[in-house]
Design a protein around this ligand. Structure first.
Ligand code: UDP
Ligand code: MG
Length: 326
């Protein structure tokens, strides 16, 4: 029987220090797993350091190393998408390059998937040790809001460290939207997920690419991509204010008729005007967010642009087709 193939997809942005250690660690973990064949799929997301050179070097020495290199930094989501698209495995894992997703969990994940009860094993950290407390706090809030707004189970502490079946990956690829929020897409495609818990590990080298504001933007993207609640809130708000002002008009008219109109109330008028103006701008802003997303979607731009790769895209497609028909 032919060995089952496992693809390990790793997005990389300026990870030259981590990469070599990650490679060694992957070799150490995969070596005893003789029942499988492996491919390491490194996606260089427009790194400005020596990451690509290291990848080339590894690829020259080891045929299991396959890579895709972007023409610029397209973001982690695009890198993940490219990796999943190029992966030829029957099972596909995604993990970070900085060893925060311990490769040592792979055998366990494979065993869980092989039981055949689920299509997807995901790792979740049980704590956020070593992370700034402010970041943890906001992250928790985000997951709570996200769960309510999108009515989808997006687990707190879930990393993008997963092992998936071919079927699940094909489903993820069929969600081809430009604005990608992977954690949401993983949940959206469904399938049974088993969770594997582990303790938070500190980044090996380099530093995190997610500053506070980048994370804030990412969370807004997540909410807007997976929920239309904000836009509904804005229309409810509009409706509510219309009702209030209607009542106010009636009251004012009656008051003027009964008591006459002593000219006063300029300050309150200004308050009301600015209040309503503020709300209008706010709601328009929310609408604008959705329009902006729609705008990006209808352009149908490619998710990323490959500058260099050692993967023959066509043979890969064929491979996947054969897998499906056989
Ligand atoms: N990454 C990427 N493109 C980016 C930012 C990050 O491919 O624009 C990769 C990065 O190299 C790493 C993974 O995404 O492998 C997670 O990034 P990081 O460790 O900085 O995030 P954190 O673990 O702090 O959430
Ligand atoms: Mg990290």
């Amino acid at each position: 029987m032919e060995k089952k193939k496992v693809s390990i997809v790793v997005p990389m942005y300026n990870e030259q220090e981590s990469l070599k250690i990650l490679y060694q660690e992957l070799n150490r973990v995969t070596e005893p797993l003789t029942a499988y064949s492996f491919e390491y799929l490194f996606v260089n997301d427009g790194s400005t350091d020596g990451t690509l050179a290291v990848i080339r070097e590894l690829a020259a020495a080891d045929t299991r190393v396959r890579y895709v290199s972007f023409s610029r930094n397209f973001g982690k989501e695009a890198a993940l998408y490219a990796g999943l698209k190029s992966a030829a495995g029957d099972y596909i894992a995604t993990m970070d390059a900085d060893l925060q997703d311990p490769p040592g969990l792979l055998p366990k994940m494979l065993a869980m998937l092989e039981e055949g009860e689920c299509d997807n094993v995901a790792a979740r950290r049980t704590d956020r040790k070593g992370e700034p407390p402010v970041r943890s706090f906001f992250a928790r809030c985000f997951y709570r809001v996200m769960r309510r707004l999108s009515r989808m189970e997006i687990a707190d502490g879930a990393r993008d460290y997963r092992l998936m079946s071919r079927l699940m990956v094909d489903s993820i690829l069929s969600v081809s939207e430009y604005n990608r929020f992977s954690k949401g897409i993983f949940a959206w495609v469904g399938f049974e997920t088993r969770w594997l818990e582990f303790e938070n590990v500190k980044r090996l080298a380099g530093e995190t690419k997610w500053g506070f504001w980048k994370l804030v933007r990412y969370s807004f993207d997540g909410i807007i991509n997976f929920s239309d609640t904000p836009i509904r809130i804005s229309s409810y708000l509009g409706l509510f204010l219309t009702a209030v002002s209607f009542i106010a008009i009636v009251v004012e008219v009656i008051r003027a008729l009964v008591f006459g109109d002593p000219v006063a109330g300029w300050p309150s008028l200004v308050c009301i005007i600015t209040f309503i103006g503020g709300i209008q701008l706010f709601c328009m802003g929310i609408m604008g967010q959705y329009i902006a997303k729609t705008y990006m979607e209808v352009k149908r731009r490619p998710h990323y642009i490959v500058k260099e790769s050692n993967i023959d895209a066509e043979s890969n497609l064929l491979y996947n087709e054969n897998q499906r028909t056989s």
